[in-house]
Design a protein around this ligand. Sequence first.
Ligand SMILES: C[S@@+](CC[C@H](N)C(=O)[O-])C[C@H]1O[C@@H](n2cnc3c(N)ncnc32)[C@H](O)[C@@H]1O
Length: 211
Amino acid sequence: MLDKNKVDSFFKRRAKITDPELATHYKKDDTIYFDLNLIEEYIADDSVVLDLGCGPGRMTNKLEQKVSYIKAVDNQAEFLSHCINSSKVEKVVSNIVDFQDSNKYDVILLFGVLNYFNDDEVEVIYANCKKMLKEDGVLIVKHACGEVENVIIDKFSEQINDWYHVLYRHIDQDRLLLSQAGFSFSMVDVYPPRLNPWSNTHYYAFIAKKG
Ligand SMILES: C[S@@+](CC[C@H](N)C(=O)[O-])C[C@H]1O[C@@H](n2cnc3c(N)ncnc32)[C@H](O)[C@@H]1O
């Protein structure tokens, strides 16, 4: 189980970091281009998008020109200040476990987010996503998964220069949580091997639809 106090205090500290890339991605690399290529398969000019756990807007800011509306949600208000000011972007400070609105979305994004939530919270988040997704909408979830078991990190990271606490959920459990929430899904091996450096974890994207 994750200690949520550690997770929340970590992101409070990260939100003080002025470089948005380092604040939530912790390093400089080109993963975002693979992320955007994937998302672009599912969006159009008139898409209505929900970016849950948007952070400083790495996705939101790149997608703003390509869709009609994005709601960017994060519980760290300081991250939202880095999201682009645009009539197409609405910023909401909220815990995503509690977040629900009456909009129906074409695309909901959970990128690098569910690693910081326990299973019971993921169940609530998925149930809410299902309610907010259009009948033909797509939920895209991307994060690193544990290859053979849950991998929990709880130690000082030299790279991040802070105490790091994260859950790389076993891939089978990721699949189970999506199925139990009533999604059908396919998996995408989203990055080339050079961006999957660890032997016990691997990044996947899940393309989930209702039913
Ligand atoms: C690793 S960052 C990913 C940011 C962004 N999705 C991306 O791909 O660049 C995880 C984000 O989840 C947010 N987060 C963590 N717990 C949250 C919560 N309970 N409610 C809302 N956002 C949360 C953090 O503030 C952070 O912005």
